[in-house]
Write a protein that binds this ligand. Structure first.
Ligand code: ADP
Ligand code: UVW
Ligand code: MG
Length: 400
């Protein structure tokens, strides 16, 4: 911690633990540029780590990394910590910031994790089984590695907490809402960053009706009016809405009853189908990776892409209806930022919404990709969840 408010030799770590990856960034007390950033992907037997310094140069990991160290989130974090200690021996760690996917109905702002908070977050793990256990494993590993250092939770659900009741509830008996069965929405750290960027890039549009499409391995869309969340395609869990890498997206609950009653699947088996075997992977029977599907050119890969595009168009229409019209559509996430094809396919046939792309600008991944004469702006904004966490950590521990 800082001595007499002097944070000059302090830094803090940001962890974004996903279903199969761990993104990390090390920040100094001030500044938006990370001193070190990187990710561990495919955590498991084929884990791969890439770390870079502030200039973008690859940083070698600490010696002694054994095969298998990248097999778990905790092992991967230990490799990152050893590497940081080697490259920044004089740095004093003032805090660790964590992306926590589920904050439930109670948490709508970043906070320091106490034992009580930890218990509440653990109880929410069944609502986001692909994410929350990994998020919390990251918290425990960081607590063990840095005893006494504040651990700050930043919630993916917080951005959506003030959406109107009709977009927060299901049409179930009201006791379910009281129990916490609500449409939480996720990817909130990404939406917070993008709405902030929109205020800088296009203040007039940011004050209007915007749909942000966060299309990554997990994918969702959020309707935002004047920077505030109105509705999200994701609901109670990160399963709802768009088709994803391995998740099904919107589904008729009757299908779950069929799996239970006719196929006699257990709830664990159903969860496996919905979270791990569906979406792009399930439809293509090839891959959850959009790059692989685009390159494959097989009829089944094509069907998976067609379904992904159809769901995105349907959700966009539904969210635009909630906003009473659309001033801007913003693409983000690994697919939204990088796939010329998917952006073009989603925007195809949306002329009635005022959407028309400029193909050359789309191909260049320009920030503004809509045609000059188009009524609705279409933008590409690279998201930065780690920076949102970094800003929150500074505010919570009093560094800002
Ligand atoms: N150039 C590209 N073209 C198409 N898809 C891409 C491209 N680059 C990355 N993607 C896709 O982005 C997805 C991963 O997005 P990302 O936001 O990094 O995921 P995560 O949810 O794990 O943070 C993968 O499906 C990947 O194939
Ligand atoms: C909430 C969610 O789906 O997150 P991710 O995109 O990291 O899988
Ligand atoms: Mg993501």
């Amino acid at each position: 911690m800082a001595v007499n408010g002097d944070w000059s030799d302090c830094g803090f770590l940001v962890l974004n633990a996903g279903s199969s990856s761990l993104k990390v960034a090390l920040f100094a007390a001030t500044g938006d540029e990370a001193l070190l950033s990187g990710k561990v992907e495919k955590i498991g037997p084929d884990g791969v780590i890439q770390l870079k310094d502030a200039q973008g140069q690859a940083l070698p990991v600490a010696e002694g990394v054994a095969e298998g160290d990248l097999g778990t989130h905790t092992g991967a974090l230990m490799v990152v910590i050893r590497t940081i200690q080697r490259h920044f021996p004089a740095l004093r760690l003032a805090a660790v910031g964590h992306r926590i996917v589920h904050g439930g109905p109670q948490f709508n702002a970043p906070l320091v994790i106490t034992p009580d908070v930890m218990r509440t977050l653990e109880a929410l793990a069944p609502f986001a089984p692909l994410h929350q256990p990994h998020n919390l494993a990251g918290v425990r590993a960081a607590m063990a590695a840095f005893p006494g250092v504040p651990q700050v939770a930043c919630f993916d659900t917080a951005f959506h907490r003030d959406q109107p009741f009709v977009n927060d509830t299901f049409g179930l008996p009201s006791r379910y809402y009281e129990q916490g069965v609500r449409r939480y929405g996720f990817h909130g750290l990404s939406y917070e960053y993008i709405t902030g960027q929109m205020r800088q890039l296009a203040p007039q549009l940011a004050a209007g009706r915007v749909v942000v499409a966060h299309l990554g391995n997990g994918a969702s869309m959020c309707a935002v009016h004047d920077g505030r969340a109105v509705a999200s395609s994701m609901g109670f869990s990160p399963l709802d809405g768009l088709a994803m890498g391995t998740r099904c997206g919107q589904i008729d609950p009757g299908v779950l009853l069929y799996m239970l009653d006719q196929e006699k699947l257990s709830s664990a088996e159903i969860a496996r189908v919905l979270y791990h075997e569906s979406g792009l992977l399930g439809l293509s029977e090839l891959s959850n990776d959009m790059r692989t599907l685009e390159a494959a050119g097989t009829p089944q890969a094509q069907r998976a892409i067609d379904y992904f595009v159809m769901r995105a168009q349907r959700e966009l229409g539904a969210l635009a209806a909630q906003l009473g019209g659309l001033d801007a559509l913003v693409f983000s996430g690994g697919i939204g930022e990088n796939s010329v094809l998917i952006r073009a396919r989603i925007c195809e046939r949306l002329g009635w919404m005022g959407i028309e792309l400029d193909p050359a600008r789309n191909a260049e991944h320009a920030t503004w990709i809509s045609a000059e004469q188009a009524r609705t702006a279409v933008l590409v904004v690279r998201t930065h969840e780690e920076l949102v966490i970094a800003r929150s950590v500074r505010a919570v521990v009093g560094m800002a």
